[in-house]
Write a protein that binds this ligand. Sequence first.
Ligand code: B12
Ligand code: SF4
Length: 526
Amino acid sequence: MESRENRVLYVRLPCNPIFPIGVVYLSDHVHKLFPDVEQRIFDLGAVPPLDFAKALDASIDEFKPTLLVFSWRDIQIYAPVGGRGGNPLQNAFEFYYAKNLLIKFRGALGGLRLAASYYTELWRNLGLIKRGLKRARKYRPEARAVVGGGAVSVFYEQLGRSLPAGTVVSVGEGEALLEKLIKGEDLAEERCYVVGETVPRARLIHEKPANIEKTACNYNYIETIWPEFSYYLQDMDFYVGVQTKRGCPHNCCYCIYTVIEGKQVRINPADEVVAEIRQLYDRGIRNFWFTDAQFIPARKFIDDAVELLQKIIAAGMDDIHWAAYIRADNLTPELCDLMVKTGMNYFEIGITSGSQELVRKMRMGYNLRVVLENCRDLKAAGYNDVVSVNYSFNVIDETFETIRQTIAYHRELERIFGADKVEPAIFFIGLQPHTILEEYAFKKDILQPGYDPMSLMPWTARKLLWNPEPLGSFFGQICLEAWQRNSNDFGREVMAILEEKLGCSDLEEALSAPVEIKDKQLAAVN
Ligand code: B12
Ligand code: SF4
């Protein structure tokens, strides 16, 4: 009875055009449980910025929701590539490290522009939530707002301060929470809090997600509630998200995925994943991004990956392409073969450093030697496409020696795949709350508890964009030179300059991590 009263509007807040898989899955889940509940998806990612407010109003006027589900994907945009406010990393580095005053000034201006666009986006999204709720209440005074998504999961403690009283702030997956909201049940057991009524429990983010077995998303239904679905079908280069599992068992010191999604890996049954891909395939989609935190989180999930890829082949979908985050330490020759056969044409490996010693200190659980062996298997299986290798320098205990090791490792990857196929993506870690690295920063007095992790004020941002001294300025100079030489091939330039300045170690040195070197600092934190 109660469920018939609910009219649920999913508003995906403005975002680069990434398929809004989160709201699609949530609405699918709700529909499977409550087929009578009226739902609508409204994606601001497909609306031009000047029209946001108008389009939101129109959607609310038309649908008159009782529950507004706001999905907020990303806030933090430090990246080595052009972001929405320019190239954030370049602006910050020019401001912090440039010796030439003109460049420093340019960096300061760029930083200002970036900060302006960051805060504008933040306030704009908060404004859209308030505006939407107010408007919905004109029609349905009982209307309620709930906010969630990747950005909210990371910054749930801070965001609540700026949201209207009564807004439910959700951490992690939203399926179980929406179920309760629709049934009108108590939310006390859910990973959420209500602005002005409850405060986030200590360690809320560390609580386990509900164990819900995912079934194939019903796209026949989704297209009836999402008039703009076709927007994502038009561009055939687009990688549409499909999730094959949730959770990551690892402990990498800077990563929050493992906290958001939980450590327990939950596999979506292969038949269901294939049935979902089939529906998209029949609508003309050929490119898929497996949105898992890791496609093969550990060796014990190799069989699940094999099963899925075999079933894709058995389903006859032999002209698809897919991409994912891959822990390349968990491959077998059989899996490599299947990856190539099923059309994997891009993957990212986040080894972070080519020095086994540092990889261990960062608690990443990677064996770099195994990664190389598996990459050789992948190449032998016929993989000829691009691999993006994510490096983050200067996370912890970096030295000139470990940099030389990273270069040796990178050059070996280039020997395996071809230099033009290995793209070094140079990230600097954007420090995130609830990570081991955050605790380390507290211990080392780099940050004080109570700092604002969302602040882009230069004095805070300088610490959150993790690049501590003594090597911070050195990396700053290297990056500035790389942008100057060729900003379109930033990663490769960084590697080249580092090699010119420091040389390259022996590969064996990179691969061995002498046991007597203690992982003192992070171990102490752990
Ligand atoms: C896969 C992924 C990517 C892929 C996406 C590929 C694709 N075609 O979809 C790629 C590599 C392209 C990517 C890029 C980036 N990403 Co990314 N990505 C992810 C990852 C690993 C999974 C996201 C996903 O799709 N999950 C599966 C779907 C089903 O889950 P979901 O959308 O989160 O929705 C669930 C919940 O969030 C919740 N939910 C969602 N909305 C709502 C709303 C309500 C009301 C409720 C109750 C619940 C709820 O329920 C949903 C179902 O369970 C997450 C980390 C993570 N593990 O969550 C980061 C993450 C989303 N990315 C992030 C960022 C920052 C980026 C970049 C901006 C990085 C950069 N600096 O360049 C870029 C660019 C993105 C852009 N907009 O342009 C951040 C966002 C938070 C932040 N720090 O600001 C995350 C959380 C990682 C992190 N911790 O930093 N990413
Ligand atoms: S393996 Fe990847 S997703 Fe898992 S904790 Fe490490 S960085 Fe995060």
